[in-house]
Design a protein around this ligand. Structure first.
Ligand code: AMP
Ligand code: MG
Length: 391
């Protein structure tokens, strides 16, 4: 049994980029950038008014000032501002030569025809300098960044019509278990519905990878092998749930080995998820998750998500929030790291989500985060501060 950190490090160390592709800007959301983006211009491209108001010389305030021009956004000024003059200017319009300040329309009184006076006591300069946000040639986004809406805005600003991004890993998802039926079937007798696969497909989609479902493999070595072989031929990563423990009908580790996978680990000091297995055949990777829905869910979050991100060249950093644990928690054994789902009761305090066991996936719908009890820790006291990892 190896520690969680060691297991995750082995997974991340085995990952490599699966190639790159160019995609239109509009399709970049949720992709990982595979090139540095350099700006082809200054932003702002000119000294720019930050207000609707009047551009003038500060020394001339409070006026009265003669209005010599109107400068809407998108128009170049035609006149330089001389002593005693002002230009009516709009937000985003270029500052005229000679002006060193813009006072707000709200701080103005227009007196006689085309004359204006500054009515407040003082004013900021209210303009932005050319290049104050970005200079031509600046690297505005670095390779490996996860592209969110703000990233798309900066890509648009610098004219990135097409963007080089990491190829999306293909994930083949297999459920194992002779007790499982598909969601459209009412389970009879000892059967239950397959909930892991829809959940894994959804988690994969959230990661921006391409996931495909390969059905339910009943608990026989042949069926398990056949499902793995199919998924292995068509994907970069094969993800199985169930069948990894030491029960009489747990055939996944042997079937993976039969398909050419060498394991990087087959037991991790974590709770839940101890019997998780992970390996590679040199070309593709496989991971076998315990079938209990809570285990499947959590191990995807803490292991598979960072691994999939790494396959796209992105260094996934979970978002951690410091909060107090209401109520505290104790346990009897400390040989494994525990992941405990929590919810916020107020912005600085979390409480444990009550769940009856690893099958109680409904409890996860209330989970907003995870806290960790490290190896060796038997108790988190009531009110003690913990790192909450966002879910
Ligand atoms: P296993 O890891 O195969 O021993 O399964 C552990 C528990 O998880 C058993 O109670 C299974 O019935 C349940 N289980 C396994 N696979 C799934 C699945 N795809 N959806 C829902 N429950 C599952
Ligand atoms: Mg099973």
């Amino acid at each position: 049994m190896i520690t969680f950190e060691e297991a995750l490090n082995r997974m991340l160390a085995s990952a490599r980029l699966l190639g790159v592709e160019r995609v239109p800007l509009a399709e970049c959301l949720g992709r990982v950038l595979a090139e540095d983006i350099v700006s082809d211009l200054d932003m702002p491209p000119f000294d720019k008014s930050a207000m609707d108001g009047f551009a003038c010389r500060r020394a001339d305030l409070p006026g009265p000032l003669r209005i010599v021009e109107e400068i809407p956004a998108g128009k170049m000024p035609e006149k330089a501002i001389a002593a005693g003059e002002a230009a009516r200017i709009m937000t985003g319009a270029p500052l005229p030569q000679g002006a060193d300040c813009v006072f707000m329309r709200e701080d103005s009184a227009e007196e006689a025809e085309e004359m204006v006076r500054f009515t407040a006591r003082n004013t900021s300069d209210n303009f932005c300098l050319r290049g104050e946000d970005v200079h031509t040639g600046d690297c505005v986004l670095e390779k490996g960044e996860w592209l969110g809406p703000a990233h798309l805005a900066i890509l648009a600003t610098v004219g990135a019509v097409e963007v080089q991004v990491a190829k999306r890993p293909r994930l083949g998802i297999i459920a194992t278990g002779s007790e499982l039926v598909e969601v459209g079937t009412k389970p009879q007798g000892a059967a239950i519905r397959n909930s892991n696969s829809p959940q894994l497909l959804a988690q994969a989609a959230q990661c921006g990878v391409l996931a495909r479902y390969y059905g339910i493999a009943p608990d026989t070595p042949e069926a398990t092998r056949a499902a793995i072989a199919r998924a292995q031929a068509e994907n970069d990563v094969v993800v199985l749930s169930g069948g990894v423990s030491s029960g009489d009908f747990d055939f996944v580790p042997q079937a993976l080995a039969d398909c050419g996978y060498k394991f990087l680990f087959d037991s991790v000091a974590m709770q839940p998820g101890r019997p998780s297995v992970f390996g590679s055949d040199g070309q593709t990777w496989c991971i076998g998750l315990p079938g209990n829905p809570v285990s499947t869910y959590l191990i995807f979050e803490i292991m598979l998500r960072p691994f999939l991100c790494r396959l796209m060249g992105h260094d996934y950093r979970p978002r951690l929030v410091r909060a107090k644990l209401a109520g505290g928690t104790v346990r009897k054994k400390a040989a494994r790291q525990s992941s405990l789902p929590v919810r916020f009761v107020d912005p600085g305090t979390v409480e444990l989500i009550e769940y009856h066991g690893s099958a109680h996936i409904g409890a996860m719908t209330r989970a907003e985060g995870l806290i960790t009890m490290p190896v060796g820790c038997l108790e988190i006291k009531a009110g003690e501060e913990v790192d909450v990892r966002s879910l």
